[in-house]
Design a protein around this ligand. Structure first.
Ligand code: PEP
Ligand code: MG
Length: 563
């Protein structure tokens, strides 16, 4: 039986299924009321913090430093006085500690879940995970089942980030879940650990029996139960965590830059270690998260300098703040909106409400750019007017710093992630030096399909010809004006998409650090002219499945290549 889900972490695995049987919370008979309950809660919080610190240390030891940060952030949630104070007051009014914790934290999780931003939605799941861990600790119940007896593929309804981090990697070769999305923290951890994963697989848990052989294809987002022998003959195994600093060119000599996405200096160090050609997307909003006030110009310069130092002479593309009214950024409160994904976010927020923030970021960027190859990029651009306004602010920031107006210009680019920007690429290309396709949002807005909703994942297929046609238009327009085009959405990390993107003329791919070597290897096996012909043929097809078949026919599908 073949089930389709969302490709969450690349690589393939073939092993017996091991159904995740989470030990249930049962009434342990421990006194959870009154002062005894409050004391027990304090102990439970300490225990969970210690367990998270231990898992984070293990991740760090494995080189997954930013991912360890996910668990460290969870430990910080436990330090929030709202948890102990709120729960204690419920207990004093007669509640039991386990229910009190859940009741106290539920409104916070709801607030986060209501956000349209996947970063904050992922935090809701992280918060619920932490509450669940405290409830288990209160009853002395482990959050991990005993490990499987042989190397297996974990099959679960859902896995929390802490559970994913706790998987014994000698015994777990991949996992598939019924819930989850590619942007959730569980998927991010799987990619960092090099563990193939497929999430959002409808009907999975009821379809698989313990011990049944399973083929997990994290490149294609497919789970095959009891697969035929020919399907497992060429299993490639998990993505290797190797480095490759050599340039990648196609067989016919076309150079494709392979950079990395990064959110902080640790990510940049991992990107450098992986051999990335640069940072194709530095998501600066992460630098602002979890802070009570926004970092000023000097603080931003200090953080940026750590990033550029890690990358040496390799270029770094800094994206200006991409938050909005929909994002509960405590340091930047905004009024609620009916349609936050279509609201005052990204560049719009700064142009309409906070040009001062943009000026701070621009001054910081200009200072760093005077000594390093730093480029600046604006998110959520829809119109030429927005770009012109942003450029006026750059001119002002340049004057503020008393930089000579003609000296060492910092290259400027925009994210192309709104259909209006893609369709208006010809005009926009005359205003900026480069484009970076934000295919996560571009797919969401093109298909009008929420990128965080697994039910719509099939609809928002990034191999759909409608999206490919849009990319084709953007690349052609950019090249007509002598501009280069990168891709910094998840599509760049998708081995199915790479031949098409190369064929459409994309100049740069910005991917996850563990994938640098694999994507470079994939580029080197391609013939640019064959890819161009296949990509042009793909534009005429009806749907993503037809595009996949076309790639298979031309031996351009991931499993068919001996990488
Ligand atoms: C995108 O939209 O593709 C992108 C890279 O930006 P983000 O995922 O941060 O919205
Ligand atoms: Mg985006």
């Amino acid at each position: 039986m073949r089930l389709r889900g969302i490709a969450a972490a690349p690589g393939q695995a073939y092993a017996p299924a091991w159904r995740w049987g989470e030990p249930r919370i049962h009434d342990s008979g421990v006194d959870l009321s009154g002062e005894a309950g409050i004391n027990r809660l304090q102990v439970a919080i300490k225990e969970v913090k210690a367990a998270l610190a231990q898992k984070a240390a293990r991740l760090e030891a494995d080189g997954a430093v930013p991912e360890a940060g996910i668990l460290e952030a969870q430990a910080l949630m436990l330090e929030d006085p709202a948890l102990l104070d709120g729960a204690s007051s419920v207990i004093r009014k007669g509640g039991l500690a386990d229910a009190a914790v859940a009741q106290t934290m539920a409104p916070f999780a709801e607030l986060l879940r209501a956000s349209s931003d996947p970063v904050f939605q992922a935090r809701a799941a992280d918060l619920e995970d932490v509450v669940e861990q405290v409830r288990r600790a209160l009853h002395g119940v482990s959050d991990m089942p005993p490990p499987p007896e042989q190397p297996s593929i974990v099959v679960a309804r859902d896995l929390a980030p802490s559970q994913t981090a706790g998987l014994d990697r000698a015994l777990v070769v991949g996992f598939a879940t019924e819930q989850g999305t590619a942007t959730a923290h569980t998927a991010i951890l799987a990619r960092a650990l090099g563990l193939p994963a497929v999430v959002g697989v409808g009907g999975l848990v009821d379809a698989v029996k313990n011990g049944e052989p399973v083929l997990l294809d994290g490149d294609r987002g497919i789970v095959v139960i009891d697969p035929p022998a020919q399907d497992v003959a060429h299993i490639a195994g998990p993505a290797p965590l190797t480095a490759d600093a050599e340039p990648a060119s196609t067989r016919d000599g076309r150079r494709v830059e392979v950079g990395c996405n990064a959110a902080n200096p640790d990510d940049a160090r991992r990107a450098a270690a992986a051999g990335a050609d640069g940072i194709g997307l530095l998501r600066s909003e992460f630098l602002f998260l979890g802070r009570e006030r926004l970092p000023d110009e000097n603080e931003q310069v200090a953080i940026l300098e750590q990033v550029v130092a890690a990358m040496g002479d390799r270029p770094v593309i800094l994206r200006t703040l991409d938050v909005g009214a929909d994002k509960p950024l405590p340091a930047l409160p905004q009024p609620a909106e009916a349609n936050p994904a279509l609201g005052v976010r990204g560049l719009r927020l700064q142009l309409l409400r906070r040009p001062d923030l943009l000026l701070d970021q621009m001054r910081a960027a200009l200072r760093v750019a005077s000594t390093h190859p730093l480029r600046l990029m604006f998110p959520m651009v829809s119109t030429v007017d927005e770009v012109r306004q942003a450029k006026q602010l750059i001119a002002q920031a340049t004057r503020d710093l008393h930089l000579p107006s003609g000296a060492a210009p910092m290259p400027l680019g925009i994210m192309v992630e709104v259909p209006a920007a893609a369709i208006g690429a010809d005009q926009l290309a005359q205003e900026v030096d480069f484009f970076s396709l934000g295919t996560n949002d571009l797919t969401q807005y093109l298909f009008a399909a929420d990128r965080t909703n697994p039910e719509l994942a099939v609809l928002a297929d990034s191999l759909h010809p409608a999206l490919l046609r849009m990319i084709d238009q953007v690349v052609s327009a950019a090249h007509r004006h002598g501009r280069w085009v990168g891709v910094c959405g998840e599509m760049a990390s998708d081995l199915w998409a790479v031949p098409l993107l190369v064929g459409l003329g994309v100049d740069e791919l910005s991917v996850h650090p563990p994938l640098v070597a694999r994507i470079k290897a994939a580029v080197r096996q391609l013939d640019g002219r064959v890819c161009a012909a296949v990509a042009q043929a793909a534009l005429t097809l009806e749907n993503g499945q037809a595009v996949r078949r076309l790639l298979e026919e031309h031996a351009l599908a991931p499993a068919a290549r001996p990488d």
